[in-house]
Design a binder for this molecule. Structure first.
Ligand SMILES: Nc1ncnc2c1ncn2[C@@H]1O[C@H](COP(=O)(O)OP(=O)(O)OP(=O)(O)O)[C@@H](O)[C@H]1O
Ligand SMILES: [Mg+2]
Length: 256
């Protein structure tokens, strides 16, 4: 197994309307890292994550996943890639009227098939795995609650369990705590840390608050206007770097 799980080389993304969202972005991610991506709104963080799991097509450049070039794959190889790369979102994206268990089980769609899942036909081993993952995110006892009856933090934990159903080797998290209050943000970050440390899943996470970055990231990259301008340890982001990344007039807001 290679040490590098992801290699991004000179990635450019130009949207059809001409917006140049990523400009020559290059970085590597090692297995087991908790990499956090920071930068102002519009700097290209979401675009970067979406290019990695190929929700967006990179314009030029290369992305290697576990040593294989995935920049232009389509069809079956692309579906198989998506099952190795889990994703969670700011707004959780659960099916609101379905139960916690059903939501987690939909993470196996690639294996179970859409028709079977509509009728709730899931193999026993999938149900067992879903229950184990619900326990991992601290929601045992809530399996039959409707997703829309849970708090935001609980919903994000369901989304984490759902993303883990396919045994991804990387989990991409796009602002996973941006809709949550500070205490709940920490709780969700703690579960991501647990997934990272106990299951060995590599994490790439976009975050706004530097205090969270310092606490949870093993390494940080910063984007500014689509350019990678910082790569290093979270502890090395001093006042000067902060101003370079967020602008001269920026003031750090903390989350306790
Ligand atoms: N589908 C799209 N079509 C055209 N332009 C887009 C599209 N998605 C994003 N952009 C533009 O690309 C640039 C980067 O956007 P992106 O969403 O990647 O930034 P971000 O760092 O995630 O911002 P935020 O912190 O607000 O989520 C912005 O100028 C944005 O307006
Ligand atoms: Mg974004």
């Amino acid at each position: 197994m290679t040490q590098k799980i992801l290699e991004v080389e000179k990635l450019n993304k130009v949207y059809p309307n001409g917006t140049h969202a990523l400009r020559g972005v290059s970085f590597d991610v090692n297995r087991g890292e908790f990499l956090v991506v920071i930068g102002l709104s519009g700097s290209g963080k979401s675009t970067l994550l979406r290019c990695i799991n190929r929700l967006h097509e990179p314009t030029t450049g290369k992305i290697l996943f576990e040593g294989n070039d995935i920049t232009n794959i389509k069809g079956k190889p692309l579906r198989s890639l998506r099952s190795r790369i889990g994703m969670i979102f700011q707004h959780f994206n659960l099916i609101p009227r379905k139960t916690v268990l059903t939501n987690v089980l939909t993470g196996t769609l690639a294996r179970t098939g859409i028709v079977k899942s509509i009728f709730g036909i899931f193999p026993d081993e999938e149900r067992k795995k879903a229950m184990d993952l619900i326990a991992l995110v601290g929601l045992t006892g809530k399996e039959n609650r409707r997703a829309d009856n849970l708090s935001g933090g609980q919903q994000q934990r369901v989304a984490i369990a759902r993303a883990l159903m396919q045994n991804p080797s990387i989990l991409l998290a796009d602002e996973p705590v941006a809709s949550l209050d500070p205490a709940t943000s920490h709780s969700v970050m703690q579960y991501l840390k647990k997934v990272n440390e106990e299951l060995g899943v590599t994490i790439i996470c976009n975050l706004h608050f530097l205090s969270l970055v310092r606490q949870y990231a093993t390494r940080v990259i910063a984007l500014k206007d689509g350019i990678l301008i910082y790569e290093g340890n979270p502890s090395e982001i001093d006042e000067n770097w902060f101003q370079t990344i967020y602008g001269e007039d920026a003031v750090e807001v903390t989350i306790d």
